[in-house]
Design a protein around this ligand. Structure first.
Ligand SMILES: Nc1ncnc2c1ncn2[C@@H]1O[C@H](COP(=O)(O)OP(=O)(O)OP(=O)(O)O)[C@@H](O)[C@H]1O
Length: 275
């Protein structure tokens, strides 16, 4: 089944499973983006349209009634009046965001809207032209890709990152493997990061960001290359981290779980926004 036929079938299946038109639109757009970025055939990335639509409907069903969770805690990340230009190109203009412990903020917007730039500024990797970022607590950052070292094994990554987060070698390995298991991944001892699939390398990036259980997690579309099961595991992990008091900021193109986040920061410039 080609991509267009699969997406068309998904539209029908989502309707059949009672998913509303707005959410269905997000799901289809997000699936299309994933297929375009990954180049994977739709059946191997998401499975049959009917079973994917059922999983989406189930995940929404699981959302209602809203699960009990602790109220948000203290402010962990406070971003005030951030502006950024690259030469004459204005990327961010007076952007504000406050995230508390136990909240998820989704950063959305069109391609090139400045989502990754914004997250890099929050992580302290890029300086803004104007504005301030205050982080209250420890910080983990998962880049869109490229955070791994080709000639190290996953365990060696865990030890390397763990060292900076007060974990000794065996504690870092144990913690890394425990986080990996929650993403349904058991790292192979002898395999180097350069030999892992793209999706598995992203799991490694995600586990590294999570090592030492930072108070603030900055995630830049961390699910690139994930198959359907890994994508759902990822969101369950995000909700679990939130419910145990982590402040999570997650960049995404489009979000089919908008009802399960606390804050949505849309960086689409006003002139491009569709209302
Ligand atoms: N180091 C840089 N030098 C010059 N321009 C840059 C640099 N980094 C980003 N840009 C430009 O800034 C704009 C925003 O890029 P950014 O990657 O933050 O957008 P994005 O919303 O994350 O995009 P996407 O959805 O495609 O991932 C783009 O036009 C990009 O070309």
């Amino acid at each position: 089944m080609n991509q267009d036929a699969w997406l068309a079938a998904l539209v029908g299946e989502l309707r059949r499973h009672g998913v509303g038109p707005d959410l269905a639109g997000h799901v289809v757009a997000e699936a299309a983006t994933h297929l375009r970025d990954s180049g994977e055939p739709p059946l191997s990335a998401f499975g049959a349209p009917g079973s994917y639509a059922r999983d989406v409907a189930d995940s929404i069903g699981a959302a209602a009634p809203a699960p009990r969770r602790p109220p948000p805690g203290p402010v962990r990340l406070d971003v005030r009046g951030i502006s950024k230009r690259y030469r004459r190109h204005r990327v961010l203009s007076d952007v504000n965001l406050t995230v508390r412990a136990g909240q998820i903020a989704a950063v959305v917007g069109a391609n090139g809207a400045g989502k990754s730039t914004f997250l890099r500024i929050c992580a302290g990797l890029v300086s803004p032209d104007r504005g301030e970022v205050h982080a209250y607590g420890s910080l983990g950052y998962c880049p869109q890709d490229g955070g791994t070292r080709e000639f190290l094994t996953p365990d060696e990554h865990f030890v390397l990152i763990g060292t900076g987060r007060d974990l000794d070698r065996s504690a870092a390995r144990r913690a890394g493997r425990a986080h990996a298991a929650r993403l349904d991944w058991e790292p192979d001892r002898g395999r180097l990061a350069g030999q892992l699939s793209g999706g598995t390398r992203q799991k490694l990036n995600l586990v590294m960001a999570r090592l030492g259980e930072p108070d603030i997690l900055l995630l830049d579309e961390p699910y690139q290359g994930f198959d359907r099961g890994a994508y759902l595991d990822f969101w369950h992990e995000v909700w679990r981290w939130r419910d145990t008091g982590t402040a999570v900021v997650v960049v995404t193109h489009l979000l089919n779980q908008l009802d399960r986040v606390d804050i949505v920061l849309d960086l689409t410039p006003d002139r491009e926004r569709v209302v």
